[in-house]
Write a protein that binds this ligand. Structure first.
Ligand SMILES: Cc1cc2nc3c(=O)[nH]c(=O)nc-3n(C[C@H](O)[C@H](O)[C@H](O)COP(=O)(O)O)c2cc1C
Length: 167
């Protein structure tokens, strides 16, 4: 279950963390730790709460070998127990926004009258702004999840290496 930590614990965890270059290929992340990382990904703050990101979890040596080749042959991709791939949505337009607000309505039971002005503003914004702006915005949200995951890895003493060195 969740541990209670002091501020000093958090700082010492962040000091413990480093970008791991050599993973022990025999060590496996437990399902419990993996679930914590998935939840941390889902709980990351994103702009407008829209979460234009998804995480693909790979733990398959044949696939990891292929990913390694696309990642300048960096050995971490093959040797790590799991590779967490952070993806951005290709299409964030009015239907994506509408879907998000439908979910807010369902989960928080917020009346439509309250949600409507914000929803309409965002539907129009994402329909009208250049697609390249939306893409850059989504990528920034992906980096937020990366930062969050790295912190949670440190707190859970999970070795991790952030990587953007791939094709
Ligand atoms: C966005 C990002 C991308 C990175 N990409 C790679 C990478 O492709 N390969 C790698 O070995 N390290 C990568 N790193 C790790 C950095 O080189 C490392 O974090 C930095 O040298 C500081 O070292 P530390 O994290 O051990 O304190 C990346 C780090 C970040 C934040």
């Amino acid at each position: 279950m969740y541990k209670i930590r002091t501020t000093m614990d958090v700082i010492s965890s962040l000091k413990w963390r480093y970008a791991t270059k050599k993973f022990d290929a025999d060590k496996l992340l437990t399902e419990e730790k993996l679930d914590i990382l998935k939840e941390a990904f889902n709980l990351t703050a994103t702009s407008y709460g829209l979460q234009p990101v998804r995480m693909v979890v790979v733990s398959d040596k044949a696939l990891q070998q292929r990913l390694k080749e696309a990642a300048m042959n960096q050995s971490q991709v093959l040797d790590a127990s799991h590779v967490l791939i952070i993806c951005v949505e290709r299409k964030v337009e009015a239907p994506f926004v509408t879907n998000y607000f439908d979910r807010v309505k369902e989960v928080r039971e917020t009346p439509d009258a309250i949600l409507k002005p914000f929803r309409e503003m965002l539907e129009q914004k994402f329909d009208n702004q250049p697609k390249s702006d939306t893409r850059e915005w989504a990528i920034r949200q992906a980096y937020l999840t990366l930062g969050n995951l790295l912190t949670v890895c440190a707190l859970e003493e999970i070795d991790a290496c952030p990587m953007e060195g791939f094709e």
